[in-house]
Design a protein around this ligand. Sequence first.
Ligand code: FUB
Length: 359
Amino acid sequence: MKHRSFYFAGLLAMSAACNNSGQTKEAAADSTPVKPEKTYLSQPLVSHIYTADPSAHVFSNRLYIYNSHDTATGTKEDDLGSHFDMRDYHILSMDTVGGQVTDHGVALDIKNVPWAGRQLWAPDAAFANNTYYLYFPAKDKQGIFRIGVATSSKPEGPFTPEKEPIKGSYSIDPCIFGDDDGSFYLYFGGIWGGQLQRWNNNTYDSTAGNRQPEEPAILPRVAKMNAGMKSFDGPVKELQLVDEKGNPYKEKNNDHRFFEGPWMHKYKGKYYFSYSTGDTHNICYAIGDSPYGPFTYKGVILEPVEGWTSHHSILETGGKWYLFYHDVQLSGKTHLRNVKVTELHYNDDGSIQTIKSTK
Ligand code: FUB
């Protein structure tokens, strides 16, 4: 059963993390062969709280990270990810990559979101209309993931949520992308715990299960935003994701197909759609000529990190490109993660060099 493997895989990754990073020099004194300690490519940006799912933006010459705030709430682990039981957001900021990080405290608390029941998952943010917009997923009171929007006059909040989620929104992991012509698009979706498999033709079916290996893979979603940034300008669309020969992926192509964590950025006029493959733990990318795709698979940006989930964003600042990501270096627990950043490099042909987060 796939949902189970989600969490068993998480436990295995966690145990691998503990075994590797917890290896002591004293242990080398007996005859047991010792695996070398892992060397991490980057260190956690903060260690006083657990953070995950970083969406990075530069607003008013300062770098802001909109991330999940992981907390050990004690919620029992289950097949649907209930232990990812986040209850508020803390926004981080810094002058520049490598600078001192400020935690701006609680920017939005679930108790102030009228429609939300539980689980504040990966957020993102945008600036338009002289306002900062925070987009966030949460389960509504019926247990269905929706995407909400909250506003503030400051990038770090506090944010005031709308009374209802965005009409027509569903599933998780919103990424708000501003194109050069001033249009904004909301990319979203996540399968398994993120419930995308329950949505066909934008209609909810609580009984719909995961796809079988030979079935077409479930596709990520996109909607253009209205100028007010709080509603979609039309029906949600599927994003076509194809291999180099133009063939769509099947569910069994799970080291290439979309799972969750979409991100969009533009490089030299091309649209780069990147995402997590979930149960195979890659961050991959695909390139297209329009914000609606189709997108052709190009390769892996980030190899699997420690922990089950992998979630990222990509940003250019100060003339360099960066990958923001998370792993579980601080806790060894799959639901208590820490945000990191490393430089990202393009090749001359526009391809992205693959990053390995440990050596
Ligand atoms: O943080 C909860 C979920 O884990 C996110 O929504 C997914 O992208 C994964 O990182």
